[in-house]
Design a binder for this molecule. Structure first.
Ligand SMILES: Nc1ncnc2c1ncn2[C@@H]1O[C@H](COP(=O)(O)OP(=O)(O)OP(=O)(O)O)[C@@H](O)[C@H]1O
Ligand SMILES: [Mg+2]
Length: 264
């Protein structure tokens, strides 16, 4: 909870001055980030701000150009394998295999993790139940709704019982009901002691779920704090939309013409 003393908790993630560029485009211009164990950090930012890049770097998928980071007590550069053993990543785009049923997708992940057969089966059955997918377990994901597919994606991430989970935009594109269901599932993970780095474009989502919010804009963290701290920092702000606008001079959700611009 945001009222507890954060200093008492060890850090699950500490990143210092992370930089990343593609050709002459600077994506991360020196990002500092700390996530306490058992906490939810919401990384908030508009399209192209660098959210996925941060997730990819901290989950060992791509290297940073410079900077240092410790993840679950391991050095990001030198101990990538130890980090991978303790984390789960649900990417922005689905990792679900459409040629396998829901249950088969989970069992495949269990196989890749070298779980013993009995544990694979038990874990898949428990996760299908927990994520409301038992009835659909034997169907191909092509028949799933967007929310069901996203839940299967996250269930796959949990097969290995990660202590730290990266959720890259877990609710983008979901209807309000599916989004609220996802929030409940995420709260359940937190209650089980898991640390979460969540990226989102929805300020309400960060407000609902996060102990700490880091606002990313054009490759830099422009504000960090509890939802209440951020709201207090901007006098007159009624909600996090107001906070984002005050910090960046732009709305958090890109305007339709800006989206078209970005697609060009
Ligand atoms: N492999 C790559 N090559 C070149 N540019 C890249 C590459 N990956 C990302 N970028 C650029 O880096 C910037 C940040 O991308 P990133 O995917 O991290 O943003 P994001 O905050 O996750 O955006 P979104 O909300 O759209 O998912 C974008 O301008 C993107 O075009
Ligand atoms: Mg992204």
């Amino acid at each position: 909870m945001s009222t507890s003393a954060p200093a008492a908790r060890p850090a699950a993630v500490t990143a210092l001055q992370m930089k990343k560029s593609y050709q002459d485009k600077t994506v991360l211009a020196g990002v500092d980030l700390t996530i306490a164990e058992g906490e939810v950090l919401a990384l908030l930012g508009p399209n192209g701000a660098g959210k996925t890049t941060i997730v990819q770097i901290l989950s060992t998928l791509i290297p940073a150009d410079s900077g240092t980071a410790t993840v679950l007590g391991h050095d990001l550069r030198r101990e990538a394998a130890a980090i991978r053993a303790g984390i789960g990543v649900t990417g922005q785009f689905s990792a679900v295999d459409d040629l396998l049923t829901g249950r088969e997708n989970l069992l495949l992940v269990g196989r890749l993790l070298h779980l013993p057969a009995a544990e694979r089966t038990a874990r898949a059955t428990a996760l299908l139940d927990q994520f409301g997918l038992t009835e659909a377990a034997g169907q191909l994901p092509a028949r799933y709704s967007g929310g069901m597919r996203r839940r299967l994606d996250i269930a796959m991430t949990l097969m290995g019982r990660p202590r730290l989970i990266f959720l890259d935009e877990p609710t983008t594109g979901l209807d309000p009901r599916s989004r609220h269901l996802m929030w409940q599932l995420i709260r359940g993970l937190v209650a089980g002691g898991v640390t979460i780095l969540l990226t989102t474009q929805y300020l309400e989502e960060a407000d609902q779920l996060a102990d700490c919010i880091a606002v990313l804009d054009r490759g830099r963290i422009v504000a960090e704090g509890t939802p209440d701290e951020l709201k207090r920092r901007i006098p007159g702000a009624q909600n996090l939309d107001d906070v984002f606008f005050a910090l960046t001079g732009r709305p958090a959700q890109p305007e339709p013409d800006e989206q078209q611009e970005a697609a060009r």
